[in-house]
Design a binder for this molecule. Structure first.
Ligand SMILES: Cc1cc2nc3c(=O)[nH]c(=O)nc-3n(C[C@H](O)[C@H](O)[C@H](O)COP(=O)(O)OP(=O)(O)OC[C@H]3O[C@@H](n4cnc5c(N)ncnc54)[C@H](O)[C@@H]3O)c2cc1C
Length: 320
């Protein structure tokens, strides 16, 4: 097998966890061969990638690469894959990663297998991947000169390695057309410090919370538990929370140790994002709600009484 190239996305100088999971997959597919990592613009994120399985890190530097520009990133990825004669290109199965991989695959006229949970070496390479928001697992074979795939978050653990990678900065060729699509502004989510995708505990509210104001009780419990706040789509449609808080098929896929779902019925599309949770506590006044079949624990009752009671009990137990 030829070289493997892994796109490592990062934020604020730190490689994304799912990108490290991509490196672990690359290492697994090429145990003795080179595992190249591509980092775009973010020099700080190149640090320590050898300890996660990269053997060589390519750092793309270009004056025009300040803002995220998916076409530019796709061109850089495609050009580097061609130059390295990479057999496999792996990216993170995030919106940003899939956007870049899809564009790179289209440029090269190659198929793209997004959101893989397992990849088996061989000719052809075979994958298991999430479809329909995770409610279906597809087995597929990639018949292509180069396999382009992204790894679903939390499917393959990031694995520390012993190596030290060399870092090779280079200036990619780009023109104006590559920069036509780019991020021009960012509006920060009005949220606490815990990221929903990475949180160990998530407290979510659904339509049963009743109003934007009702989320104060959810936020209070989340604050006490060091948890992230999530919600259902009914809530984002009602405008009570921003879409960045939404858990589900069209929201964030989470994998906490504990998911506390308050006033959420447990629709398939919601559970598509929540089924990676190790334990689920459902708080719902309807003992027959669909979420009960997925829940490990349940409290049947009005969340406006149950949630503050849990918060009060936590405070009492902590002597606060
Ligand atoms: C293509 C597509 C994609 C979708 N993507 C997503 C997605 O990503 N995420 C998502 O969440 N949904 C998604 N949906 C919507 C999904 O089908 C459901 O409509 C939605 O999840 C319902 O949200 P809910 O559970 O908050 O509301 P409901 O289904 O209305 O449930 C409310 C629950 O609250 C309980 N309740 C009410 N009052 C109280 C109270 N005081 N105390 C305790 N319990 C109470 C009720 O018993 C009920 O079980 C998608 C739908 C489609 C078609």
């Amino acid at each position: 097998m030829g070289p493997v190239l892994v796109l490592v996305t990062a934020s604020g100088g730190v490689a994304d966890e799912v990108a490290l999971q991509g490196l672990a997959l690359g290492r697994r597919l090429a145990p003795s061969g080179p595992v190249h990592a591509l980092v775009i613009a973010d020099e700080a994120a190149t640090t320590g990638l050898g300890a996660w399985g990269a053997t060589q890190v390519h750092l793309a530097r270009h004056a025009a690469l300040g803002a995220q520009a998916p076409d530019a990133a796709a061109r850089i990825l495609d050009d580097l894959a061609t130059q390295l004669e990479a057999d496999i290109v792996i990216g993170p199965g995030t919106e940003a990663g899939n956007t870049i991989l899809a564009r790179a695959a289209a440029r090269a006229d190659l198929p793209f297998a997004a959101n893989c949970t397992a990849v088996r070496a061989g000719n052809p390479l075979t994958v298991t991947r999430l479809r329909w928001g995770g409610s279906l697992l597809e087995e597929a074979a990639i018949h292509a000169a180069r396999a382009m795939l992204s790894v679903a978050p939390h499917a393959i653990p990031a694995t520390p390695a012993d190596g030290v990678a060399t870092i090779a900065p280079f200036t990619p060729e780009l023109d104006d057309a590559d920069l036509a699509v780019r991020v021009v502004d960012r509006v920060a989510a009005v949220a606490g410090g815990v990221s929903l995708a990475e949180a160990k505990v998530v407290v979510s509210g659904g339509r049963g919370v009743g109003s934007a104001d009702g989320f104060k009780q959810i936020e209070e419990l989340a604050g006490l538990l060091g948890a992230a706040v999530g919600c259902s789509r009914a809530v984002t449609i009602a405008g009570w929370r921003s879409h960045t808080d939404q858990v589900g098929q069209t929201g964030t896929k989470i994998a906490p140790n504990l998911y506390i779902a308050c006033g959420i019925s447990g629709a398939t599309q919601h559970m598509a994002g929540a089924k990676g949770s190790r334990k689920i506590l459902a708080i719902n006044k309807d003992a027959e709600a669909p979420i009960m079949s997925a829940a490990d624990y349940a409290v049947i009752g009005d969340l406006h009484q149950v949630v503050p009671a849990i918060s009060a009990e936590i405070r009492r137990a902590r002597g606060a």
